[in-house]
Write a protein that binds this ligand. Structure first.
Ligand code: SF4
Ligand code: SF4
Length: 173
């Protein structure tokens, strides 16, 4: 993917100062989302190029079993693993948008939802509706993914990703 690192670095800036709620939610839960045993965040297609470029020492990138098809090939989704601390200006997109996530419906329409994977970890994911989050935060996620989904590979990924999210939705109903 051409210039993927550049695109993600621009998108990261939408979340440098815009956060889920106007207060530091980490005080609520002692940063539970950074502390799991399997503290890892899926990387969006091409995002690993950011880490090839910056090469930070707090991140380790591994392959997952999550695969999606695009352009006649099967692509494996990488995961970023950390040790519970990072440079906040370099953290992956998934960390920036947590506990919300993009969701693409069968018609290809993208929306933002509370991430069902967060419900067991994050007090906000458990108790909040989408309208309880900072409006600008929600808008910036929509903006980021409408832009990213112009890329056909990212659109193909979002289709599989949304099916994967559906599994968690059923689990947490
Ligand atoms: S678990 Fe939720 S409330 Fe806690 S720091 Fe992470 S996003 Fe904020
Ligand atoms: S990269 Fe940073 S924000 Fe993401 S889980 Fe690790 S410590 Fe938390």
């Amino acid at each position: 993917m051409m210039n993927a690192a550049y695109v993600y670095l621009q998108i990261y800036r939408l979340f440098d100062t815009v956060t889920p709620v106007p207060v530091d939610c980490g005080n609520l839960c002692d940063k539970a989302c950074c502390k799991g045993d399997d503290s890892g965040m899926l990387l969006f297609p091409g995002e690993e190029e950011v880490y090839g470029l910056l090469n930070p020492d707090w991140i380790r990138i591994e392959k997952t079993d999550f695969k999606y098809d695009y352009d006649g090939e099967t692509h494996t989704v990488p995961i970023a693993l950390c040790k519970g601390s990072c440079d906040r200006y370099q953290r992956p997109l998934a960390c920036r948008i947590f506990p919300l996530t993009p969701y693409m419906d069968a018609d290809g329409k993208i929306s933002v939802i509370v991430d069902p994977r967060g419900k067991g970890i994050c007090p906000m994911a458990k108790a909040f509706y989408l309208e309880d989050f900072d409006e600008k935060f929600v808008r910036n996620i929509e903006k980021a993914f409408r832009l990213l989904a112009k890329n056909k590979q990212i659109k193909a990924f979002l289709k599989s990703y949304s099916e994967y999210i559906d599994e968690f939705k059923r689990f947490y109903k």
